[in-house]
Design a protein around this ligand. Structure first.
Ligand code: BMA
Length: 306
């Protein structure tokens, strides 16, 4: 089973007339809200610093971008960039999880942070445009690819995150404190399996289905080729993996997936169901934004029995 590339790909390209998004646009979050698709995407321009741009679309294919970035670095913790947003709606509030890439000087003398490293962060918004910083999930470790589940499970908020090289689950009562004793490893690379043999990390917001939480994740192998895979987690206890097929569902094939800023990358942080289709938006070679789709029934069948 493979995802199908949309014929209009690639959907979003760097803008050579714009200082902040002239080199790369990639790794977007996309939600479907009030009849519109809303995209928050990572962009790099002349200074190579990642900022978050915003675009809106009626059909998910043709996008209108805002001229200026909507979320930009503010201090030493994110001075080198705001990366890889994921957006989850909880009630009337939108939460963005993103990776802050700190200045190489930040953290000197502070044991809580890997100087110049990455920090998994939260922000929230009521309108998808203005974002308020909420702070980190954890500090002082190699942790990214954190994604909030779209509802509470047994009274707790839940989140996927990545303690390298594995995908972990975290839980919280208030979205502020994520106790270490509630953090559990979910699954890791499969050395014997080739395509997901080195590292795995979560993709977009988990999708609630009658068969469990449908998860799309990325993985890479010894050639540093990024592919996408899928699995199903138990609805009421997402620490339980119901099934994880051996095969991947998507890999770099097109020229613009193989060549770009970072070669051989398809990296998704947006998987959403609209009608009967699963839309999987992805960054291609850390340079462009594209879309692949699959019938929801078909991917669920694969996730259950593949
Ligand atoms: C990961 C992340 C992504 C990126 C990918 C491939 O570690 O940093 O932002 O798309 O590498 O370069």
């Amino acid at each position: 089973m493979r995802l199908t590339r949309h014929p209009a790909n690639p959907l979003l390209l760097p803008d050579p007339t714009s200082a902040w998004e002239s080199y790369n646009v990639f790794n977007p979050a996309v939600i479907h809200h009030n009849g519109l698709f809303h995209m928050h995407y990572r962009a790099q321009g002349l200074d190579w610093i990642s900022r978050i741009g915003y675009a809106v679309s009626e059909d998910g294919i043709h996008w209108n971008r805002m001229r200026d970035p909507i979320f930009v670095p503010q201090d030493a913790r994110d001075a080198r960039g705001i990366e890889d947003p994921r957006v989850t709606q909880l009630g009337n509030t939108f939460y963005m999880t993103y990776t802050a890439y700190g200045s190489e000087f930040y953290g000197q003398g502070e044991p809580t942070h890997l100087g110049g490293g990455v920090i998994p962060m939260f922000a929230k918004s009521e309108n998808l445009i203005t974002w308020e910083r909420l702070g980190p999930l954890v500090v002082g470790e190699d942790n990214k690819d954190h994604i909030l589940f779209p509802r509470q499970i047994n009274g707790r908020y839940a989140l996927l995150h990545r303690r390298s090289p594995n995908i972990w689950l975290a839980e919280s009562e208030d979205l502020k404190v994520w106790p270490e004793e509630w953090m559990r490893p979910l699954f890791g690379p499969r050395a014997e399996n080739g395509w997901d043999s080195l590292k795995v990390g979560g993709g977009g917001v988990p999708i609630e289905t009658e068969f469990g939480w449908l998860i799309i994740y990325h993985a890479y192998d010894s050639t540093h080729t990024y592919r996408l895979g899928t699995c199903l987690l138990d609805l009421e206890n997402p620490a339980v993996v119901i099934h994880r097929p051996g095969d991947f569902i998507f890999e770099p094939v097109e020229l613009w997936e193989i060549k770009g800023d970072v070669p051989n990358v398809v990296f998704s942080s947006a998987n959403l169901v609209v009608g009967n289709l699963l839309y999987v938006y992805y960054g291609a070679a850390d340079h462009l934004i594209a879309l692949a789709t699959v019938d929801l029934k078909e991917i669920l069948n694969f996730a259950r029995f593949g």
